[in-house]
Structures are given as C-alpha cells and as structure tokens.
Write a protein that binds this ligand. Sequence first.
Ligand code: AAE
Length: 657
Amino acid sequence: MTSSTTPELLWQPSPEWVRQTRVGRFRDWLWKHRELDLPDYRALWRWSVEDLAGFWSAVADFFGVSFHESPERVLSAETMPGAEWFPGARLNYAEHALCVGPGKDDARTAVIFEREDGHGETITFGELRSRVAAVRAGLVELGVRSGDRVAALVPNSPETLVAFLATASLGAVWSSCSPDFGLRAVADRFVQIEPKVLLTVNGYRYGGREFDITGTVEELRGQLPGLGATVSIDYVPGAASPSGTVDWRDMVERHADAELSFESVPFDHPLWVLYSSGTTGLPKGIVHGHGGIVLEHLKAIGLHCDLGPGDRFCWFTTTGWMMWNFLVGGLLTGSAIVLFDGSPVHPGTDTLWELSARHGVSYFGTSAPFIQTCRKRGLRPATDHDLSRLRTVGSTGAPLTADGFGWIAEEVGHEVQIASVSGGTDLCTAFVGASPDVPVWLGEISCPMLGASVAAYDEHGDETYDEVGELVLTKPMPSMPVYFWNDPDGSRLLEAYFDTYPGIWRHGDWVRITERGSLVIYGRSDSTLNRGGIRMGTAEFYRVVEGFDEVFDSLVIDTSGAGETDGELLCFLVLAEGVELETLEPALRERLRDELSPRHVPNRFLVIGEVPHTLNGKKLEVPVKKILAGAAPESAVSMDALRNPGSLRPFIEMTSG
Ligand SMILES: CC(=O)CC(=O)O
C-alpha cells in the first residue's frame, strides 16, 4: 500500500493565522529565549525529537509549570524502558488544573455540563475549587491517603470530575469505568487495584432510558477486599442507592468550608490507572504519573489543539475511555471543558452539533464512527446550526476515512480544521495528529506530534517511507506508563511494547508515513477490540462467549480500520453438536451486553468448523484480520506454524466472494 499522488488539500492555515496561535507563539518564544530559529512545523518537530531535554524543558517553561521542588535535570537517560523524566521534581496535577496558569480567576467558566435529558450546569473555577476542597476533605475523612486508590463507576459528570481532582490533590490514585460496563469488565479492572473508596451512581440514562446499576455495585463491592467505603451519587433522582453507602451530597455539604491544598508528589507519582487488555490474562493496569501527564497534555492541548483561556473544549467520551482524561486536561490550559453524558444520537443525531453551537465550542472531538453515522444520516451541521466559533473537529478511536474527512469539510465547514488523531491509552494522548500550522490533506493525519519520535518499521526493524509498517516510537515520551499495576519486575511492560524491537516502542498500529510528513493509520496490528474508542482484549470477550456450554471455540475479529469502512465486530463460533445459532444468538448478545458493554456486542455471528490455531495453541487473530482485509493468506501467516491450516478456508472465501 503506497501512494505517490498528493490527496486533495482540505485546509491550509495562513501565515497570519499561524502567527497568533500558541504554536506560532511558542516558535517566537524559542527564538527569544533559546535562540532557536525554527521556521516551520517540520523544523520544530525535528528539533523536538532530536533534543528531547531542550524541548520538554521549553514546554515546562513556556506554560509556566510550577514545581514545588525543581528537577535536577530533564531526562536521566534516553532509554526505553527506563527513561527517568525530571528526576527530583515535585508538583501536583490537580494544582495545575485548578490554580496554575492564566484564565482561572474565580468567575471564569471552568465546566459546562449537559446530560441527554437536558439537565445541566455551568461551574466557574472558583466553584470548582471549593467543590474539590470539600470532596478532598470527605475522602480524607474516609481514610484516603497518598497512594490509595479511588475507583469510580461513574458517568461523565461534574461530580466525577470533582472526585478525580480531589483524589489527585491528595496524591491518591484514580481509576474510572463507565457505568455501562458489565460486572465482569469492571471487576477485572478494579479488583486488581484494591481501592480504598468506590464512587458510584444510583443509575444512569442512555438513549432516553434509565439504567439501574445497584445490582452490579452490590456484587462488585463483595469482590473488593480492603474497600473502606462506597460513596454514592444520587444521579437519577428517585432511584434507590445501594445500601450502606456514603451520600455524595451529604459529604460535600459537611465539608463545604474545607480549604483546598495539594500534596506535593514526585514527578512520576501515580495519577491514575487506565486499562488495556490483550489476548491473555486480566486487563493491564497502565499507570501514568502526575508530571508526565501535565507536560504532555499542556503540549497536546495547548499547542496542538490551540486551546486556552476563553476557549471551550468538548470531546464526546465516557469515563471508560482515555479521551475523558484527555478532555479534563483542557483545564490545565485554562480552557473551559464541556462534559456531555448520554447517547450522542439522543434525541437526534445532531444533539452534539446543537450542543456545540449553543455553547460556542471551539474544539469538538468525537470518534470516527460517530462522524460516519452523521455522514450516513445526511446531517448538515453548518446549515442547521451556528458553528461560527468552531475552529477544529477532532476524530479518533478508529481511522477517519476519506469520506469522513470529506463530510466534515462539506457539512461542518471548509474553514474548520480536521484533526484526525491517533495514539492511545498507553500514553493517554495522541502521538500523530494535527497542528494549527500544518495543512490537512484528505484522508490523512497531518503530522507526528511534537516530542513524538514516530517512525514506520518493517519486520526487520528498518525504517520505511510511504509503505505500511509498524508504528513505533524511537525515543521516550514523558507520558509513557511509569509502570504497569502488579508488574514488579516490569516484565509485562517490556513484553507489551518492547519485545519486537528491543529499546523501541512498538505501538501495535499499521501506519504509512507520506513524503509530506502526513500519516495514514491502517488499524491495529494486534487484535484489540476497539469499539467507539473503548478497547477491550479478546481474552475478556472469549471468557464470556466460551462460558456457554453450547460454544466449543470462538474467534473474534474487529475489522475497523482495515479499509475504507467503519468495520465490524465479527464473532466466529464453533458450536457444540446439535446447537443452532438462531437459538443461541439472543442469549450471547444479552450476556455480552451485560458482562462487557453494549459496544462489544458483535455485528455478526458466523458459524465455522474450527478456529485456526498456531502449533502452540494460540488463536490466529491478527492473520485472520489481515486476510479479511484482503491480504494474501501466505503473506498473512506462515502455514508451517499452523496446527490446522485448512481452517483458514472460510475466511479466504469470505473475501473472494
Ligand atoms: C488518541 C487515541 O488514540 C484514542 C484511541 O483511539 O483510543
């Protein structure tokens, strides 16, 4: 897959425009303070990956990062894993979100919240600070100390934001799942981190319906040894809360006069645990540090998204996706953040466009599948709404197709920048994306992000250009995981990213880097199920499906990103003798929805004779995905390594007919 023709240019910033963006001002600042003459983005990016220490210290100075203790140096070694960033430095993420930097006066808007049923509120920085102070005091009363975990099964709401900032202010460790996650998926995540406090809601709304999660919460609590307390938010008025819980509102009111303060923690001190799961074992708990996230999000949201005081940043996400953590990072820059909870298509498909218009959103981010839905339903946001304050539309979660780019340009506006970005949970950011000073070409991600030493490698570890290769990072970034939970010798972390090319981060995406420096992602090179941005390992999926006596074996393939389509989740089943798919399918769907999430219910179930396995018993997920994407079987897999090569036939036939 190579391409020598330049695609249509969709958006080109003018030099005057670039000069007043933050990235333009950053370049001026570098000239003034570092005597660096970096005339364009390309030069800036090159310097940012050649002089990592110079670049990241400039980011810290430009944004006025406030260290309680100064770092001894910026980077102790450029090795991966093992790079140590800003050793000796102490700071606090929550202090940066709430108090450090411009635009955070008491009366300035910090948060705009809206729920699909119309309930909403606007919160100033002053009000946000006092709510965080109150919840911080409440958590202290419940025994939470630095390093303890606060786990939250909660929607994207102000209470969730406040609880997260309160947790971070204490140096305690946050972890959240969306309330539509099933018990198994939540327990697999939270049991391993042994939370001191569980935060939950008495229910949630989605698509016009109310959902009760008290049963899930009761069962979950029984599985969490060492849990000191459960705090329950009365989120759905009138619904019962789980018994024996601390009421959120009482807690806030009791501590209404509390003072806000911030624990001074080392640069690498754990801020939150995110999860990513593979083919075996429990989901991996990815731990990010306070300092790494402060720097990365200031750079990504401040420079690349060009957000700051006076702006409004909205990304449609739940708390189970790292884009929630990224969205909250908007506060670091002084931008207001816009939280939406509910179905993005309720009551109509243009709910989020209408919301963006009403609140004057400057940057609206969503998932590529949502853009496709809008396109297919023929939405015309620019015609139907006043989007005059919208500068950028962000898209992630899956590669944005050329059709999707075209639709945004036509129907949201040619003057709007399209930021198709990609990165992931592992670094809680995008490392390829957009910048206000780089053009947008149809179907392409504009550029590698600053400080991200992105390359495409072939199977021998040689760099490739204009050919599809493995997306790698050849140098460390500050928001790389500080460690994996319960991985004392670092072996799981090593295996997750560094086992293919020692010392080089292999991300697990297929990418082509064009001669323009733009990029095209071709989907996951591993088998992660990525539905609407929520990643789940196939192991979790198999545990549910193969829990049925009627299912003998199974194979799940997420085809998203493998071509110019939205992709499908396909579940291939080997059924026990005499079992009919039609009879079994409803129960499978229901169990997957309840135990994993509605997003992880397959588009199609298909019956096959046997699942292809390697000689050592591994299911052939990635090769089958490649075959379904059109690759020749012999290039997708080494037949010698198969226990049952004939089992590939149905997959080959699916693509030939
Ligand atoms: C930034 C991203 O990469 C988000 C995702 O796809 O999970």
